[in-house]
Write a protein that binds this ligand. Structure first.
Ligand SMILES: N[C@@H](CCC(=O)N[C@@H](CS)C(=O)NCC(=O)O)C(=O)O
Length: 226
């Protein structure tokens, strides 16, 4: 049964929206999905997220929560005792998980990946090297665990969950290997384990559509920068 007054404003090919879908799956919470056309945003989206005007937005009893990571924290707070926990119960471990989630989100990985994607030639090779170094740093937090969250996925797995599907697509588009099994064995195995999860299979958009979307983004970026 759909949770009373719970709506997710999203769009199919967004890795940020996917985070919220995964968290709600982990908690076993059903919701209404409202598809947004980002080229023609609905008045509701603009009203719910007037600052960034972006998806995802989770609306709970008419209260909008914006920004995917804030939404994950909200889901954990509200449905604490549902499904498995997204954050550890120990305060220090919670702080650690938040640290690595931030690391994977900011310049270190997500933005670093965009650098690889939006540059060419020498600049691109430099961006690849930097991204690989950051992934190596992130890999330390995986040591001795199947997922960043332990036996089940947690905050970092969800926030970094774009890596297993989006990096191989970026590798294919730019023609450069980023995650090598020998150089990043734990990240490589983790990527495989994430893609094997039922909740990931259930929610993942068709990869050929993601690929076409990403190719279009790259062409756009290259056109603007050249
Ligand atoms: N920091 C945001 C990023 C969300 C984001 O970039 N959403 C994109 C879709 S993938 C969007 O709504 N773009 C619309 C726009 O930029 O106008 C989050 O974590 O929620």
């Amino acid at each position: 049964m759909v949770e009373d007054g719970l709506k997710l404003y999203g769009t199919k090919l967004s890795p940020f929206v996917l985070r919220v879908e995964w968290a709600l799956e982990v908690k076993g919470i059903k919701y209404e999905y409202v598809t947004e056309d980002l080229k023609n945003k609905s008045p509701q989206l603009l009203e719910y997220n007037p600052v960034y005007k972006m998806v995802p937005v989770l609306v709970h009893h008419e209260n909008p929560v914006c920004e995917s990571i804030m939404i994950l924290e909200y889901i954990e707070d509200v449905w604490k005792n549902h499904g498995s926990s997204i954050l550890p119960s120990d305060p220090y471990e919670r702080a650690e998980a938040r640290f690595w989630a931030k690391f994977s989100e900011e310049k270190q990985c997500l933005q670093g990946c965009f650098e690889v994607f939006s540059k060419t030639g020498e600049e691109q090779l430099k961006a690849v090297k930097e991204l690989q170094e950051r992934l190596k740093t992130l890999e330390e937090y995986l040591e001795g665990k199947k997922f960043f969250g332990g036996e089940t996925i947690g905050l970092v797995d969800i926030v970094a969950g774009w890596i297993p599907s989006w990096i191989p697509i970026i590798e294919e588009i730019v023609g450069i290997k980023i995650v090598d099994e020998e150089e990043l064995p734990l990240i490589y195995a983790w990527m495989h384990d994430i893609l094997e999860l039922d909740l990931v299979k259930k929610t993942m958009p068709p990869l050929d559509e993601v690929k076409t979307h990403m190719r279009n983004i790259r062409e756009d970026v290259l056109r603007k920068t050249n």
